[in-house]
Design a protein around this ligand. Structure first.
Ligand code: GDP
Ligand code: MG
Length: 393
């Protein structure tokens, strides 16, 4: 029998982000290695985090890989977010649930385009606290290199400040994921210092436990002999076996018959938890990624909303030409990816680098509410980041 998950410490969701090859996956493996030494984790080696065949083939991270660990005071679920611009949409889906992020910046390379893009997206999807891991510090030599590292630190602080993160106060910890993974004492201590910074700088989030249950569906799978399982992170409320739930916008209304977190059964899932929910009598094809599982009657999918949107500049990887009323990009809301048409009102036009208000008519209804963050993508790149301001009746 498997051991049940017992909630002894507050649970937080955290993740690595940053430019490709700056060392996110190596650092993720190092965090589990260092904490395994203290009994706070099972060590997860690099190639188990970066594991899907297409990732190996293309040398880039495609799926969100989850690991878990605990410090003296907290239990963390950690996602190793993808680093390549093509996969920003996955970051949007995963990052929406992050209570804090570790921004990995190579001390040798400094701030790169994806570093800036991830900070911008983190701001848009509501990540409020960022701790910086100035990685590859082992490869920095005394003298000129060390001076460059100080400049990189300044550059990162400026980037954070430019996006409203208070870059002066953010912890910037010089680490080496690679050497910590190799067991080097000095660099093991650097990763411990990073964990301390996360423990102290990222506050305990306020969880909406009293709100009606809502889970954005990330994946749907079939457990042989048991039925259909949906996975994702609980956005709000709580759920227990026996609770009735529905998939708004479909005819699915059913009962939760089992819950798991990281392969362990649990009695109750709360806002912030990563879970798998077993649903009674639901055919696999009846539920899809992008839908939500919710307390019956608590949400109504809608197609039309008003939003405030930042249109990325060309330098940030966005468009070089304005968008006009009638523009039809893809909208990434929670785990959903939906085409929608933009109405820019009297202005009629939005230039790269501008923040504008717009009305959006989606091609299909999804649960919407003021404050919900989203990304706008076109031809495989992020061109805008926004927040829902109103959902008119
Ligand atoms: P990701 O794309 O951000 O996930 O980066 P990876 O973790 O895959 O690392 C990219 C490359 O940088 C690999 O060759 C790593 O061995 C190397 N690397 C990662 N961390 C360090 C470090 O702390 N020091 C040095 N010298 N190299 C590192
Ligand atoms: Mg990686």
């Amino acid at each position: 029998p498997r051991t049940a998950y017992v909630r002894t410490k507050p649970h937080l969701n955290i993740g690595t982000m940053g430019h490709v090859d700056h060392g996110k996956t190596t650092l993720t493996a190092a965090l589990t290695k260092v904490l395994a030494g203290r009994g706070g984790a099972a060590f997860v080696p690099f190639d188990r985090i970066d594991r899907a065949p297409e990732e190996v083939a293309r040398g880039i991270t495609i799926n969100l890989a989850h690991v878990e660990y605990e410090t003296d005071t907290r239990h963390y679920a950690h996602v190793d977010l993808p680093g390549h611009a093509d996969y920003v949409k996955n970051m949007v889906a995963g990052a929406a649930q992050l209570d804090g992020a570790i921004l990995v910046v190579s001390a040798l390379d400094g701030v790169m385009p994806q570093t800036a893009e991830h900070v911008l997206l983190a701001r848009q999807v509501g990540v409020d606290h960022i701790v910086v891991a100035l990685n590859k510090a082992d490869a920095v030599h005394d003298g000129e290199d060390a001076v460059l590292t100080d400049l990189v630190e300044l550059e990162v602080r400026e980037l954070l400040t430019a996006h409203g993160y208070g870059g002066d106060a953010a912890p910037v910890v010089r680490v080496s994921g690679l050497q910590a993974l190799a067991g080097h004492p000095r660099w093991t201590a650097s990763v411990e210092a990073l964990l301390d910074a996360v423990d102290t700088y990222v506050p305990l989030p306020e969880r909406y436990l009293d709100a009606p249950f809502l889970l954005p569906v990330e994946n749907v799978l079939t457990l042989t002999g048991r039925g259909t399982v949906v996975t994702g992170a609980v956005e709000r409320g709580t759920v227990r076996a026996g609770d009735r739930v529905e998939v708004p916008g479909t005819s699915v209304e059913t009962v939760v018959t089992g819950l798991e977190t990281f392969g362990r059964p649990m009695d109750e899932a709360q806002a912030g938890d990563s879970v798998a929910l077993l649903l009674r009598g639901v055919p696999r094809a009846a539920v899809r990624r992008g839908q939500v599982v919710a307390a019956p009657g608590s949400v109504l999918p809608r197609r039309r909303f008003e939003a405030r949107v930042y249109v990325l500049s060309a330098r940030e990887g966005g468009r070089s030409t304005p968008v006009a009323t009638g523009y039809r990009p893809q909208f990434h809301l929670r785990t959903a990816n939906v085409a929608g048409e933009v109405d820019l009102g009297a202005a009629g036009l939005a230039r790269p680098g501008e923040t504008v208000t717009m009305t959006v008519e989606l091609g299909r209804a999804v649960p919407l509410e003021p404050g919900l963050g989203f990304a706008i993508r076109e031809g495989g790149r992020t061109v805008g980041a926004g927040t829902v301001t109103d959902v008119p009746a």
